[in-house]
Design a protein around this ligand. Sequence first.
Ligand code: 6CS
Length: 296
Amino acid sequence: MRGGMRLLSTKILTCAVIIGVFFSFTRQSARSQTAAVSDSPQLEALRKRGYVRLGLSNEPPWTVIDAEGRTGGAGPDLTRAVFQRMGVRELAGVLSTFGALIPGLLARRSDAISSGLFIRPGRCQAVAFSEPDLCDREALLMKMGDHPTLRTYRDVAADASVRIGVPAGGTEQREAQAAGVPADRLLPVPDGPSGMIMLRAGRIQVYSLPASSAQHLADLWQGQKFSLVLVGGTPVMCAGTAFRPDATALRNAYDRVLATLKSDGTYDRILRAHGFDPGLARGHTRRELCGEEAPL
Ligand code: 6CS
């Protein structure tokens, strides 16, 4: 009887050791799997908290807040996939106007921005961008049949009868200014629906924004007959996910996972689902878009 008890306790002890070794092994292996992306204290903090706060403006198809308040669109869906692979399960959208995205990030209201923020040399001084993710051309939206000869911001500058609407704080505002459009004919627009109302009411004759956003609005306002032309003489613009300048380790970890998603098909699937061309960003780098090196 005593011998039987001893045998039983030896077996229990052996089982406990095996289970202990197994759990310590799986813990270690989980740790080593995430080691490549966990060399950032900011990432560790996000993992512990369980969610990342993402600054975004509502601009389909880049970003979409649906009727139930769920966050989607190409930027957030891609960023969610990257962060989930980094061990951060949830994404909380922090809604903002476009022009307030960077100030909001710097004021720590968000942890990152994924809202189609184009990588531009000036912005690279303020935030730490990921490698490029979403690219698009610029477009001019107008009432069908109006101003059929307008193709560039210079054309707009040359026609004193044309007022142009641009996303407030956006690239189009700078490009139009640089082409010589005077301030009294350059109207900042807070969001897409406001731009369409201004266009319809004749307060602006042209509304400039990325082609995918312009197409989305034209489709939405189908009955009203708007036409769209790509802006001549402007390059393809590429966005990246933006981090605070003190979060480059987090950004580097993000970049490593983004590269994996670009090679395993996840990136292409997400972009195509939102109508973006996954080939475009592959021809560009952050360094080049920040003005640090020549294009590929
Ligand atoms: O980054 C920008 O400046 C532009 N990006 C988008 C997606 N929309 C408007 C804005 O001008």
